[in-house]
Design a protein around this ligand. Structure first.
Ligand SMILES: *Cc1c(COP(=O)(O)O)cnc(C)c1O
Length: 320
């Protein structure tokens, strides 16, 4: 980062940002990509590329785009959202296809479908490639776009051994984060055709996301791509070990596919905030999602000794 060559990225003159964008586009088999400060901005640019104002986006009721992006599709894009029931990786393609509404003067037309790979609130669930293929076919037949919120797509790629161009080729737009599992401090990208990314550049500037010497951040992303993708398998193995150790406590909510261990504390002696505070006091950080819901996430900064410590601390708190 300290030695990155930089320029003014608003003018397209930052060589490190340009190289990162080209590399990401190529990795996903698309023509172009655009660096953004956050994954939320990358998603919102993608959604605005695919869905014109007064049209709708379909997505899962627990999707990041409708849960954590503060109404941005409506506020910035004049876009309606309609959701299907929370499904995580078990996407019912026929049910989604049946929701797609055609053009007409009397109803909001559907213009795109968004999926999340892996699914954050569904505990890192992976959508199987065949399901995505079926969804692509249904979206194509209905003439609507497909966006993949791929903040954690690296985990799906590693867990299911699916080449990135297989995901890229099925989607009109993909957003990816460098700042989650890949461990870079800042940055996301939106990936699509050259024509769409030209327009994305304009939308990004309008949203205040045009940055100047952003190459220092892009350099961290380049490092992460070289060194932190394959190692995600270690995070998955650690999450599986942690889940196995917690299984006797009866709190693990659903299968652990990637690096997230979702916890349902409904029958536990502590509620989620109490569990989180007690764990923190013992040096183990737990993410509290609701009164009885929490999750454990393994990542670059958690090593085997850290998992050993979590296994020492967490089951004991749950058996009191
Ligand atoms: C983290 C995340 C994002 C992007 O979040 P930012 O905090 O805006 O970078 C998008 N989608 C999913 C599924 C995420 O988990």
């Amino acid at each position: 980062m300290a030695t990155a060559e930089v320029g003014d990225d608003v003018y397209g003159e930052d060589p490190t940002v340009n190289a990162l964008e080209a590399e990401i586009a190529e990795r996903f088999g698309h023509e172009a990509a655009l660096f953004t400060p956050t994954g939320s901005m990358a998603n919102q640019i993608a959604v605005q590329l695919l869905v014109p104002p007064a049209s709708e986006l379909l997505c899962d009721a627990d999707a990041h785009v409708v849960t954590y992006e503060i109404g941005a599709a409506a506020a910035y894009g004049g876009i309606s959202t309609r959701t299907w029931p929370v499904a995580g990786g078990d996407l019912d393609v026929d049910a989604v296809a049946a929701m797609i509404r055609p053009d007409g003067f009397y109803a909001v037309p559907t213009r795109a479908v968004a999926v999340e790979q892996t699914h954050n609130r569904a505990g890192g669930a992976v959508i199987p490639l065949d399901t995505l293929r079926a969804l692509r076919a249904a979206a194509g037949a209905a003439g609507v776009g497909l966006h993949c919120d791929g903040a954690r797509i690296w985990h799906a790629h590693v867990a299911d051994r699916v080449p990135l161009p297989d995901y890229g080729g099925l989607c009109d737009t993909v957003s990816v984060c460098l700042s989650k599992g890949l461990g870079a401090p800042v940055g996301s990208l939106v990936i699509s055709s050259a024509e769409r990314i030209d327009r994305a550049r304009w939308i990004r500037k309008r949203m205040g996301g045009g940055m100047r010497q952003a190459g220092i951040l892009a350099a961290a992303g380049q490092y992460a791509l070289r060194h932190h993708v394959d190692r995600l398998a270690e995070d998955h193995a650690r999450a599986a070990r942690l889940a196995a150790a917690l299984a006797p406590s009866g709190v693990v909510a659903g299968p652990v596919r990637t690096n997230i261990v979702p916890l349902d504390l409904t029958k536990a002696p502590l509620d989620a905030p109490g569990f989180g505070a007690a764990a923190r006091a013992e040096g183990v950080l737990v993410s509290v999602l609701g009164p009885r819901a929490a999750r454990l996430v393994t990542h670059l900064d958690v090593d085997d000794a850290g998992i050993d410590r979590a296994i020492e601390v967490l089951p004991a708190l749950l058996s009191r």
